[in-house]
Design a protein around this ligand. Structure first.
Ligand SMILES: [Zn+2]
Length: 147
């Protein structure tokens, strides 16, 4: 499958492929996933297909909760090794901790920087990425003992 990186279809294609991958890892059919997120089967099959179908961030968030996958993972292009996201240094992590429960996680530092850059492009200046905790209603925020 080829997507033109200069076109917005590209990111929908990457997300679609990743939803398909993680759905299969969870051994869910498209119909089952559709049922769980309360969307139609044609929505899920369209999202995973090669043709462009837009979807809301909210819909993707519901999918991430059902599949138990952090949102950012849907945006990583596994097939395109030339993409910046695939040049991340996996030995250099930034520690994050939930501000409610004791859940701790580590996110590659380069990826955090990439998200920061993306946020700047979206005019959210200087926003440190935060992530919704998958175990409670809290947020995953950077811990103090970071680089
Ligand atoms: Zn939590």
């Amino acid at each position: 499958m080829t997507f033109n990186k200069d076109d917005e279809n590209y990111i929908y294609g990457v997300v679609g492929l990743n939803v398909k991958k993680y759905r299969k890892e969870k051994k869910l059919t498209q119909a089952k996933l559709a049922e769980k997120i309360n969307y139609s089967l044609s929505f899920v099959s369209g999202l995973e297909s090669k043709k462009h179908q837009s979807f809301s961030l909210g819909a993707l968030y519901r999918i991430s909760l059902i599949l138990g996958v952090d949102m950012y993972k849907f945006f990583i292009d596994e097939d395109n090794k030339n993409l910046e996201t695939n040049n991340i240094d996996n030995n250099n992590f930034k520690k994050y901790k939930c501000n409610r429960c004791d859940y701790e996680t580590e996110i590659p530092y380069d990826l955090v920087e990439l998200i920061k850059t993306a946020n700047k492009v979206g005019n959210q200046l200087n926003s440190e990425p935060i992530f919704k905790c998958k175990h409670c209603d809290g947020y995953i925020v950077p811990t103090n003992n970071n680089l």
